[in-house]
Design a protein around this ligand. Structure first.
Ligand code: CNA
Length: 308
């Protein structure tokens, strides 16, 4: 975790909602940087809010609640991750108005790329095409064996994750059994050593989400350099911008490119040209309906307009 301290000189003529609307109308290469806040309206908790996922992890007694996503802890004891993963499993087929707005930008030929830190894969449910998406921290869409990398579709693991039961790789089963027997024998003989805790994760299936201590997917590194040069508008939505290197994207975008934040809470360590503080589904629905006269294709669109 890096707090990105940034004092950016704001654009001199970019302060108002009209400026935001003009930029959205004109832009052809919008980089949309999203985080957990765009999925909370579906009941998936974010991490760092006061009612977020980390605040619910206190009972585990970890030094740092983020450790539930530490690759070292997973190696030692994957049951900790398996005991909490059900809390962040994505719902089937659903997406939010905000996801549908990203799809709308794609349909209008304006979306350069959506860099999402989310692991719920809901962008796919909204119809954002894979080539327009970088899942910076991987996703639940696939899962791999921690030992031999055997890959399966993510849903294969869902019953185990929901039941909080560890899923094992079929190809590592024989070797795992032998290792566990050896380990148990050593424990009986009193020659147990902490380094043998690694066998706890031998042949364990892990969703392909990027844990702390793991590198980001190649796709992120392959695209980001060119995309920040190419983008003509940056939209940061539903993120606290506290996880590097994704949080550094805001510093890499050229100074003359407008940067807009749509977030429930202010972000003290970054400056944007315009900040729309509030719930992102409501903010984007209002902006599209009242100002841009764009219709978001989502069942909640009319409902939100009606409720004002
Ligand atoms: P975060 O640090 O929890 O920040 C979330 C931000 O969203 C906060 O600043 C909130 O103010 C804001 N927010 C919450 N609800 C709304 C809303 N309805 N409208 C607008 N803003 C809102 O999460 P980040 O994404 O910044 O941190 C990156 C982590 C979170 C990544 O590693 C993800 O994998 C991880 N994460 C993903 C999911 C998911 O996939 N849905 C859920 C929880 C955490």
């Amino acid at each position: 975790i890096n707090r990105v301290l940034r004092s950016r000189t704001r654009l001199p003529n970019f302060h108002t909602l009209n400026d935001v609307c003009n930029a959205l109308q004109k832009a052809r290469h919008i980089l949309v940087l999203t985080g957990a806040g765009i999925s909370t309206s579906l009941g998936i908790p974010d991490f760092r809010s006061s009612t977020g996922f980390y605040s619910r992890m206190k009972y585990l007694g970890l030094d740092d609640p983020q450790d539930v996503f530490s690759v070292d802890l997973f190696r030692q004891d994957p049951s900790i991750f398996y005991s909490i993963a059900h809390l962040i499993l994505p719902p089937d087929k659903a997406c939010t108005p905000l996801h549908a707005f990203i799809k709308l930008l794609q349909d209008k030929g304006k979306l350069l790329r959506n860099y999402t830190q989310n692991i719920d894969n809901l962008e796919a449910n909204a119809g954002v095409r894979p080539e327009n998406l970088v899942q910076c921290h991987g996703s639940f869409a696939t899962a791999s064996c921690f030992t031999c990398n055997y890959k399966v579709p993510g849903e294969v693991l869902y019953p185990n994750l929901r039941a909080q039961e560890i899923a094992y790789c079929p190809f590592c089963a024989v070797e795992r059994k032998a290792l566990v027997q050896k380990y148990e024998k050593m424990e009986d003989e009193g020659s147990y050593s902490r380094r043998f805790e690694d066998i706890n994760s031998f042949g364990v299936m892990k969703p392909d989400i990027t844990f702390f201590g793991e590198d980001l997917p190649d796709r992120y590194h392959n695209f980001i350099k060119e995309d920040v040069k190419k983008c003509d508008l940056l939209l940061c939505i539903g993120t606290s911008l506290k996880v590097a290197p994704v949080s550094e994207i805001v510093n890499k975008v050229p100074n003359d490119v407008p940067q807009i934040l749509i977030n429930r809470d202010p972000i003290d360590h970054c400056e944007f040209d315009v900040e729309l503080l509030g719930y992102c589904d409501q903010a984007i629905t209002w902006l599209c309906n009242e100002k841009l006269h764009w219709k978001i294709d989502h069942p909640k669109f009319e409902e939100i307009i009606g409720s004002k």
